[in-house]
Design a binder for this molecule. Structure first.
Ligand SMILES: NC(=O)c1ccc[n+]([C@@H]2O[C@H](COP(=O)([O-])OP(=O)(O)OC[C@H]3O[C@@H](n4cnc5c(N)ncnc54)[C@H](OP(=O)(O)O)[C@@H]3O)[C@@H](O)[C@H]2O)c1
Length: 249
């Protein structure tokens, strides 16, 4: 463990209590990191994960609540992280909202929500974290989406927000260099949205995926570990973890 460059370093994962964020938290913890799990509503899930991580290594995980629609949240989440662990080495911007917004009936509230969680919050979390990451030669990993590069039908606002997060990855890679690396992971189909039971379109997506299956949260977490631990000469990059979906029209 002592040879592991991540031992005792600190990662903050937004939306880290469930689904893909939880797997990223588990995997970075397994690599030796101490983990700050951010959540908004999933307090019970956060507590279960905390207990799991702290049982395997004491005082290695903590949690912080915050609604990223609230402009004061990024600063508070960072303050809590520093107060608990005293440093920050990796910020993983994973929290997201995702739902259709067909152009004819999309609302301003939907625009504000999708932009706030998928784009504005990662910017202001990164801003709040920048001096700490600079001090510890840390990194940022933004979880984007293959639909930030090609539009998903009826999701124009979500796709635009993720496209913005891809540009933000590149812009911050330039502006936060040379101390801080900034990269992104673009998942394809990994976990269906919890309110989406449309099996026909799910099967259609898998049929158009060259590897003919969905990905797993563990495969996203593996790409995050690569960017945090191994990609020491990479910044401004987006790694697609999409079963090859990006090469098919
Ligand atoms: N699932 C996929 O197949 C897939 C595909 C492409 C890209 N992605 C991207 O991968 C990442 C993880 O995907 P996922 O499906 O695991 O995400 P998810 O379940 O849709 O959302 C992750 C977390 O975001 C948090 N969140 C939502 N609104 C918030 C708010 N206002 N303030 C603070 N936190 C908020 C929620 O935390 P609480 O539960 O605590 O409220 C939620 O658990 C996302 O960035 C997503 O866009 C996922």
């Amino acid at each position: 463990m002592q040879d592991n460059p991540l031992t005792d370093k600190v990662a903050l994962i937004t939306g880290g209590a469930r689904r893909i964020g939880r797997e990223i938290a588990r995997r970075l913890h397994r690599e030796g990191m101490r983990i700050m799990i951010h959540y908004r509503a999933s307090r019970d899930d956060a507590n279960v994960l905390l207990s799991e991580l702290n049982t395997s290594r004491s005082d290695s995980a903590a949690s912080v609540q915050g609604d990223l629609a609230n402009a004061a949240a990024p600063e508070q989440i960072l303050l809590e992280t520093v107060h608990t662990f005293g440093r920050l080495d990796a910020l993983i911007n994973n929290a997201s909202t995702f739902y259709p917004t067909p152009i004819k009936d999309a609302t301003e509230h939907q625009w504000e929500d999708l932009m706030a969680i998928n784009l504005k919050a990662p910017f202001f979390l990164s801003q709040a974290a920048a001096s700490l990451l600079d001090e510890y030669q840390g990194c940022i990993v933004n979880i984007v989406d293959i639909y930030g590069r090609r539009p998903l039908k009826s999701h124009p606002i979500y796709c635009t927000a993720k496209a913005g997060l891809i540009m933000l990855t590149r812009a911050m890679a330039r502006d936060l260099a040379p101390s801080v690396r900034v990269n992104a992971v673009a998942p394809g189909a990994i976990l269906w949205p919890e309110n989406d039971a449309d099996e026909v379109s799910q099967q259609r997506i898998i049929a158009r995926t060259p590897l003919k299956r969905m990905g797993t949260p563990a495969e996203i977490a593996a790409a995050v570990v690569f960017l945090v631990r191994d990609a020491s000469f990479s910044s401004g990059q987006v790694i697609a973890v999409d079963g090859g979906r990006g090469v098919v029209p």
